[in-house]
Ligand binder design. Structure first.
Ligand code: SF4
Ligand code: SF4
Length: 448
């Protein structure tokens, strides 16, 4: 009898338990109408119901109700095959909050599923060091910039060494780093006619790989009356951890950012990276059970504004220079779906003299970047990247505009792979040019 009980016990599905259990009420909000299916990139590629938002919500519900084990292989596969692009959330008539549900499900997998030792080492080293220590990332960017400037990349590529080390794809993702990294507490931008103060969220990748975009953001804000600084004490937004279910790490970074921006004073927290902005706006949810930070997190989140959103809130100071470009817009998922900012970048681009905006088919379909998805799941990421590249190339535009570092790098790699010579630029780089700002010097890198 005791043996039968033991077998029953071992066969019983492992339930959600402990911290960060997916919210039952949120799960029950799905009425299985299927309206989200056509928007889902993984469903569109696979045609498989399990790879759709409805299918994944069904799987989460099955674990919540004890019909499926948390350790079931298909459950884990689907939770991580999802790009967390939130396209499903934006069209759902029942208001299902898919993002928090998939992040909680991943947190459950993190807490209860064992991984091979080498994956644990990889996650606690490669994944944790740079995001926990942005100074380290900025130091790495200085080295990378030197590597690009002296042409070491092309030597390693031509001799096949990068392929041998399996670093070819990773190396190709990094665009030319145009300027030295931007550290908090140094740069400020003062307008001629001050309307208000603003505080720039510096980011980890943005401050290291795209410092020219952060400086262009400061200049564009100053043109529009914002006295802008880069508050000291801020770090990574923690999105990379939220998306992988490492929610305690995300909370630690969130608390540090809240402290930093409270100390900086009042005024909007301006973000120019869609993924970071979306994560910062969700600090209220992330820290909802924290007795010290819950209220402060909500107040902080209300201060966060995307640069497109802020500039479009009032009449844009008219740009004075002609930018003779035909461009197309690639909408980052965390801008279009998570923050529902879609009209504002178009409105800003249309105010630039000489610029011609051509719409891209499927402009808000995920490009496959999705945090570190293009590193952990390169197959699906490449399929989506190729699809995006084909759509961008079909517009005939010379430049693809976006506003998220992950999308920027994924677009660049996908366009190169598809033989395109289109450039990729952040929207503020183009706005900055239209105000006569310094376009950062980029040297050509033959990454093909
Ligand atoms: S998530 Fe929303 S759109 Fe999708 S099936 Fe459920 S209720 Fe319908
Ligand atoms: S978040 Fe994106 S990939 Fe995941 S289920 Fe929703 S639409 Fe599909």
């Amino acid at each position: 009898m005791a043996t039968v009980n033991l077998i029953d016990e071992l066969q019983r599905p492992v339930p959600f338990s402990g911290q960060d259990v997916p919210d039952d009420d949120l799960l029950r909000a799905c009425v299985h109408c299927g309206m989200c299916l056509p928007t889902c990139p993984t469903y569109r590629e696979t045609g498989d119901e399990a790879s759709s938002p409805r299918g994944r919500l069904w799987l989460m519900g099955a674990v919540a109700e004890g019909r499926l084990s948390l350790l079931d292989e298909d459950f884990g596969e689907q939770m991580y095959q999802c790009l967390n692009c939130r396209a499903c959330e934006a069209v759902c008539p029942s208001g299902v909050q898919y993002g928090p549900l998939v992040e909680a499900s991943r947190a459950q997998l993190e807490q209860h599923r064992s991984r091979p030792w080498w994956q644990n080492v990889l996650r606690s080293s490669v994944m944790s060091w740079p995001f926990n220590n942005v100074r380290l990332m900025r130091g790495g960017a200085v080295g990378l910039r030197l590597y690009q400037q002296i042409g070491l990349g092309s030597f390693l590529r031509k001799t096949g060494i990068l392929r041998l080390l399996r670093l070819e794809n990773l190396e190709r993702m990094v665009p030319p780093i145009a300027e030295s990294p931007i550290s908090p507490g140094h740069d400020t931008w003062t307008p001629d006619h001050r309307l208000a103060d603003a505080h720039l969220f510096n980011g980890c990748v943005m401050s290291s790989v795209f410092p020219d975009v952060n400086r262009a953001t400061g200049r564009v804000l100053a043109h529009n009356g914002y006295a802008t600084d880069v508050p000291i004490g801020q770090g990574c937004c923690g999105a990379i951890y939220s998306h992988t279910g490492m929610l305690d790490d995300a909370r630690r970074l969130a608390r540090a950012n809240i402290d930093a921006f409270e100390h900086a004073g009042s005024g909007p927290v301006v973000c120019n990276a869609a993924g970071c902005g979306s994560a910062l706006k969700e600090y209220g949810h992330l820290l909802k059970d924290d007795p010290i930070y819950a209220d402060r997190a909500r107040t902080f989140a209300e201060r966060v504004v995307d640069v497109n959103e802020l500039l479009d809130q009032q009449p844009l100071v008219p740009p004075t220079k002609t930018v003779d470009l035909t461009v197309t817009l690639q909408e980052p998922c965390h801008l279009a779906h998570a923050q529902r900012i879609s009209a504002q970048p178009r409105s800003l681009l249309r105010q630039i003299p000489g610029l011609n905006l051509v719409e891209m088919h499927e402009s808000s379909l995920c490009c496959g970047s999705a945090g570190i998805y293009n590193i952990t799941r390169p197959q699906m990421a490449d399929v989506l990247g190729d699809r995006k590249a084909r759509n961008a190339m079909a517009t005939g535009a010379g430049t693809v505009i976006t506003s998220n570092p992950g999308c920027h790098m994924q677009l660049r790699t996908s366009l190169l792979r598809n033989g395109s010579e289109q450039e990729v630029e952040h929207i503020v780089t183009i706005l900055d040019e239209a105000y006569g700002g310094k376009k950062a010097e980029r040297w050509a890198i033959d990454a093909r």
